[in-house]
Each structure stands twice: as C-alpha cells, then as structure tokens.
Design a protein around this ligand. Structure first.
Ligand code: ATP
Length: 521
C-alpha cells in the first residue's frame, strides 16, 4: 500500500467522527516505588486534538506509552475502538507516537530510519529508495523548506531537523488512527510549528485523532479541541479548550501563576562602568560569527536572542573554548548543552553522580573525595529544584523535564564563575521554570555571571542585557526596559543591510536560508 495515500474516511477502519479511538480505563502504572499513573480514565476520539498537560513527572509520557500499546499497565485496561488490546497487539498499528527525545537511530540515514519503522507498508524491493521517497514526500508535506535529505545521517542533523524527521516518521503508516505528539514544537521554530499544526488540522479533518502533549499551554489551547490535565499520575480535569484560559490551566496543573513574572532584574542601562568584565569577545569572526563583540560583567545575566541558528551557539562555544585571540575569558566555566541526549545526560549514572560530577573537585580535600559533603550538595539541589525521582534514581528513570533540571543543577553546583546556558528550559514545566529563573537571579546576586541563549524571547526579560543576533552579527544590544519580546522580534526580523561583496563571498547574510535556520524564534 502506498504510504502517502491515507484512504478516504469511509474506507478506513474507523468509526464516525467523535467515536473513541483509544480509551484508558482505571490505568495504574508503577515503577518500583514510583506510582506514575493512578487510575487514569481517558478517551481520545476520532477527528479531535486532545491536549494533555501536566507538570514534569506528572505521568504524561508514561500514559502515552500505555495508550500506544508500548507498555503494559499494572491495573486497568486499554481498548482500541472498543476492544480490549494487549500491548504490542495489531490493533495498535494505527497508533503512532513522535517522541520528544526522538526515537531515531543516530548512525543510520533518514531513509534507513523510515524503513525500519514503516517497513510493513513499504515494498520489499528497492526499499531504501522507497523509504527515501516516502520520507521526502511526507517532510515536504509537513515542513516545506525542511532542508533534510533522506541520505542524511540522523546524527549529523540539527535538533530541529531530527524532530521533523521524528514527526514525519510517526505519521508514515498506511492507516493512521491516532498520532501522539510529545512536546513536538520544543525544538521547532515558529514556521515549522505552524506547518505542523496545519498538517494536524488536515489529519483531524480526515478523522484521525491527535494527542498533543506540551508545556506550551497557549499553543495547546489554540490547537486542541479538548484539554486533559494530569497531576501526580491522575487526570484531574478534562474540559473543552474553548473558554479555557492559560491561567485556568496553569492553576489546574498546580503552578504558582502569580510567581511567574517575579524574579525580574531591576532595569539597568548597559554594563555599569565599574563592573569587572569576566568574559569578552572582540570582533569575533569565523565559524558562523561576523565581527561579534560581547561583554559579560561579573554578576550579570546576559541574554543571546534572535531567531535560532543566527550564531548564538557559536558565541557560547567561543566563550566555552576561548582559544582564539578575539576571545578573552578570565572566569571558570560550566556549560549546559542544548542537546541533552547527545551531550548532557550520563545515562548509566545516577542522579547524584550526574549532579555532583562537576562539583566533586571543589568539594574534595587534598585530592580525596568527601562523600558526606557530596551527598549534602546533591540533597540540597534535589530539594531546591524539586527533582522528582530523588538522588539515587538512575538518570533514565527520570522524566524528560526532571533530567533537564539535573543538567542545570550540575552547572550551578559547580564552582564556575560563568555559566553558559544553551536553551536550557526546553521541556520544563512553567512552575519549574519559575524556580529556575529565581535560581539564575540568586546566583547572579552572588556574583556569578550567566550567558543564556533562549528560543523563547519572553525569557530574555530575566536578563540584565541582551544581544540580538542575526546572520552571525550582533544587530542590537538591549538593556533594562528595552528588553521585551516585541522589541527582540522587531530587531530579529528588521530588513537586513544589503549584502556587501565581501559578505556575498562569505555567503553568510542576504542568502536564502533553509526554514529551520530562518524561523526559530
Ligand atoms: N522507566 C522508568 N523507571 C522508573 N521510573 C520511571 C520510568 N519512567 C518514568 N518514571 C517515573 O514516572 C513518573 C512519570 O514520568 P513521565 O515521564 O511519564 O512524566 P512526564 O509527565 O512525561 O514528565 P515530563 O514533562 O518531565 O516529560 C516520574 O516520576 C518518573 O521518574
């Protein structure tokens, strides 16, 4: 059967729109002492988008795996179109899931990955070509201008492109009944996210059910027909999205809404002359940067903003490894990488080991480790960031958001004077984010410096100063009241200067860029 030909509704094995596709009844799931789900009742109906929201560790991913037939439950049952189905049963074939961390094999190509997960719908002969063609068609349809070739090795793709392939992979099946999207837009730019939701609408119009998990509550409310709120493993509310406000949802989730905008710095005008500079780039050029000058004062929180892929990671990289003459960094440094699966998490180690690994040296005396002091450091960070799972849990037992908290805690637990953050709060719930903003300001008040790239412009309001980058150049330096989402967007999209001959030769600005690089914001 041809992959891209989703049959017309009457030919599909689905009921009328609105009929339950997958239903969970009294589902309970425990991992050791952790009760991830407690008696969940939830129904996903044909032709609807059901939004699922909840704090980090609420049980969203666990519930998704149970609903997709990938995991068994301890109590309760899951039915597909009214019939009881055991995990792995053929009934789940039309239920597909796109994972937040992606499920792709990094050392295989895009086409090979597609063949692995969709081989039952592909011809046996010339399979690589068929898988490549199907992948390209679906990517073109979902993410115009994606910039992915079926021959690309997944490992070489950016986070955003990997996410696009993951979503396309999930939707490639001969008869899609339910598409589960776990934090699909955390690594995508606004254009790619818009394209995705256009596609979601075309799927629901054909009767496919979509389950959307996201911490971006505004996005959920604008896309979903219904919203279910999961709290500590139980569905505590299920409402139509129309008429629900962001504030209502956050309150149901248990977030302290009033605190959200606290912890903003007092407005300042630029870097005070008397503040020592701990790190500096002077006219940094090459590997993505073009004459970038950036200064970071002691105890300052400096933001890097602009559309994604405009050189922000290169600035962080240059401050992290200041090998060249144009970089002067006096401070000791810690780095929170953007891609936690590739370079952040030490998966075979416990939470405590992951957390203390950078602080160990500072805690040790005469080269000897001090286990009691290490345990105390770990305990205080687990408590401070409310890391669900505890110090002794294996890293892989933690939910995605809690893993991210450990990586942030690891950087701040070190004795580094300068903490470099590469979009660190992806997948972190609103309540935890509030705690992390407070943490950043507290650490800055103690004299620590922070350089922070965020794909969410609103977060930049927590910075003292912000450099906005475009095509590898700093196009604006904002401080105090100038820092606002609107201003950053305006500067990011302002007409670029006409390219110079030298610029054209280097090929940086003024050139057509792929969607992913152009549109993250
Ligand atoms: N394989 C596992 N082993 C042990 N505990 C687990 C495992 N998977 C999940 N858990 C625990 O179950 C709980 C629910 O985790 P889950 O990943 O479902 O949360 P979530 O709502 O998806 O969180 P996030 O928003 O951070 O992704 C957490 O306390 C987590 O530590």
């Amino acid at each position: 059967m041809h992959l891209d030909n989703i049959p017309p509704r009457e030919a599909r094995r689905r009921g009328p729109d609105g009929a339950p596709v997958v239903t969970a009844s009294g589902v309970t799931k425990t991992y050791g002492r952790t009760r991830a789900l407690t008696g969940v009742d939830l129904e996903v109906r044909a032709g609807e988008v059901l939004g699922l929201v909840g704090h980090n560790g609420a049980g969203k991913s666990t519930l998704m795996r149970v609903l997709a037939g990938l995991e068994s439950c301890d109590e309760g049952r899951v039915t597909v179109r009214g019939r009881h189905a055991a995990p792995g049963a053929a009934a789940f074939r039309g239920v597909r899931m796109a994972y937040q961390e992606t499920s792709l094999c990094p050392d295989l190509t895009v086409a090979e990955n597609i063949w692995l997960s969709s081989r039952h719908c592909l011809p046996r002969l010339r399979r690589r070509r068929a898988a490549g063609a199907a992948a390209r068609r679906r990517l073109d349809e979902m993410f115009p201008g994606h910039g992915v070739s079926p021959r690309d090795r997944v490992e070489d793709l950016t986070l955003a492109r990997r996410q696009m392939v993951e979503i396309a992979r999930a939707s490639l099946v001969d008869a899609l009944d339910l598409l589960i999207l776990d934090e699909p837009t955390e690594s995508l730019g606004p254009d790619a996210a818009r394209s995705l939701y256009d596609h979601v609408r075309s799927l629901t119009a054909r009767g496919v059910a979509v389950l959307l998990i996201s911490h971006r509550i505004g996005e959920v409310l604008s896309v979903a027909d219904r919203v279910a709120v999961l709290r500590d493993g139980a569905v505590i509310a299920e409402r139509p999205a129309a008429g629900l406000g962001e504030h209502d949802v956050l309150t149901l989730m248990g977030a302290q809404v009033a605190e959200r905008d606290a912890h903003r710095p007092a407005p300042s005008a630029g870097l005070p002359a008397d503040r020592p500079v701990v790190a500096e780039l002077r006219g940094a050029t090459g590997s993505g940067l073009r004459d970038v000058s950036v200064r970071v004062g002691a105890g300052e929180v400096v933001g890097l903003a602009g559309l994604a892929g405009q050189g922000q990671q290169d600035v962080l990289e240059r401050l992290w490894r200041p090998a060249r003459r144009d970089a002067k960094v006096r401070a000791t440094r810690a780095y929170v990488p953007g891609d936690r699966q590739r370079s952040g998490v030490l998966p075979l180690w416990s939470v405590a080991e992951n957390l203390v690994v950078t602080a160990m040296r500072g805690i040790a005396r005469r080269g000897l480790r001090r286990p009691a002091e290490e345990r105390e450091v770990v305990r205080s960070w687990v408590e401070r960031l409310a890391i669900r799972g505890g110090a002794d849990a294996a890293m892989t037992e933690l939910s995605g958001g809690n893993q991210q908290k450990v990586i942030v805690a690891r950087a701040f637990a070190s004795s580094a004077d300068l903490v470099l953050l590469d979009d660190p709060f992806r997948g972190v719930d609103v309540h935890t984010k509030t705690g992390l903003y407070r943490l950043i300001r507290e650490e800055a008040a103690r004299g620590r410096s922070v350089v922070w790239y965020s794909s969410e412009n609103a977060e930049m309001a927590h910075c003292d100063r912000v450099y906005v980058l475009r095509a590898g150049r700093v196009v604006a330096e904002l401080s105090g009241d100038e820092i606002s989402e609107e201003r950053i967007i305006a500067v990011s999209f302002a007409e670029p200067d006409p390219p110079t001959a030298a610029g054209r030769a280097q090929g940086a600005p003024g050139r057509e860029r792929p969607q992913e690089a152009r549109n993250h914001g």
